[in-house]
Design a protein around this ligand. Structure first.
Ligand code: SF4
Length: 319
């Protein structure tokens, strides 16, 4: 047993043991398109490593490039969807830094500071979690801390919030969601309030509408490239999974980019992405890897330069 395994709660340990048992019985998970898909994200694609969601914090990590349940080599800063991480290893302040790691910080036209109603819901939920109430995830806890601290949220976070509330509104129908009902607060209510509660739902809906409207109307949207005429290539689900494992596609297999033609197609279709900022970062990474950043829209190139300057100033501060 490694030291992280010893820190797992009983239910986390049960999950850990079940995953090991499955891997022993059926063979380690791989990503060749058959069997269980682990959704591994290499270090350069892992957007949650800043908050501690990474192999080196996982109880299934065996050191070096070895994972107890994955057949291929992993990186300490990579992650897969089965990560089993003890409480306390996910750092909320890292999430805040990560949220600043995009060009949202330069878009001050929409106020994305949490409201007082959201803060009181998130504070209530954090108090419930301290009492040991069930409900919510690590991401929910990180979100609640951001809200309580009054952190200006990124546009991608607003999109995630709106998506969360839309998917979980059905939880309101369960007994224990409302005060006075048996079992209050239900796990669904705890999770709901971690994300800012009813105030967070209406706020994220209204902010997301404003963001979408600005994106649709802004003049510096994607500039068509000379490769517009290139025929769109179809990849099979198996190919997409393999490309995701290599970092050529996003973790869910979307935006596969192996060459110039794929890059052009991705740039043209990014407006339809469920998570615009995440897709944009992936496309920029692939453009860099392919040495084709000249194909990126001008406003993206500008934001890349601003990002660089931001990090330059952070580093020189300590030199
Ligand atoms: S996060 Fe996934 S890939 Fe990494 S060590 Fe844990 S189980 Fe293995």
């Amino acid at each position: 047993m490694n030291e992280l395994e010893a820190l797992l709660t009983p239910d986390e340990k049960a999950l850990h043991d079940a995953l090991v048992e499955i891997a022993q019985k059926y063979g380690k998970f791989d990503e060749d398109g058959s069997g269980i898909w682990a959704g591994y994200e290499p270090a350069d694609q892992n957007e949650e490593k800043a908050i501690g969601v990474k192999c080196s914090n996982c109880a299934l990590y065996m050191g070096g490039v070895q994972c107890e349940i994955l057949a291929f080599e992993v990186e300490p800063e990579g992650k897969c969807r089965f990560a089993v991480i003890p409480d306390g290893y996910v750092d909320v302040s890292g999430q805040m830094d990560d949220d600043m790691n995009n060009d949202d910080m330069y878009k001050a036209d929409i106020n994305l500071k949490p409201t007082d109603g959201m803060k009181s819901a998130a504070a209530r939920a954090l108090a419930w979690k301290k009492e040991g109430k069930r409900g919510g995830t690590r991401v929910g806890l990180a979100r609640a801390n951001q809200i309580v601290n009054g952190t200006t949220l990124s546009e991608s976070t607003v999109a995630r919030m709106y998506s969360f509330f839309s998917r979980h509104e059905v939880d309101k129908q369960a007994t224990g969601f409302s005060a006075g009902e048996e079992g209050y607060p239900s796990p669904g209510r705890v999770a709901w309030d971690l994300w800012g509660g009813d105030a967070g739902y209406s706020w994220s809906r209204s902010k997301w509408e404003s963001i979408k409207s600005r994106r649709e109307n802004k003049s510096d949207t994607i500039v068509p490239t000379e490769a517009d005429a290139v025929e769109k290539r179809d990849y099979s689900p198996k190919q997409r999974r393999a490309m995701a494992a290599r970092g050529q596609a996003m973790a869910d297999g979307s935006f596969p980019i192996a060459d110039r033609a794929d890059l052009s197609n991705a740039i043209q279709s990014v407006g339809r992405a469920a998570n615009y900022e995440s897709a944009k970062r992936h496309i920029i990474r692939r453009a860099r890897a392919l040495g084709l950043t000249e194909m990126l829209p001008d406003d993206w190139k500008k934001s890349m330069r601003k990002s660089l300057n931001y990090y330059d100033s952070r580093f020189t501060k300590y030199m």
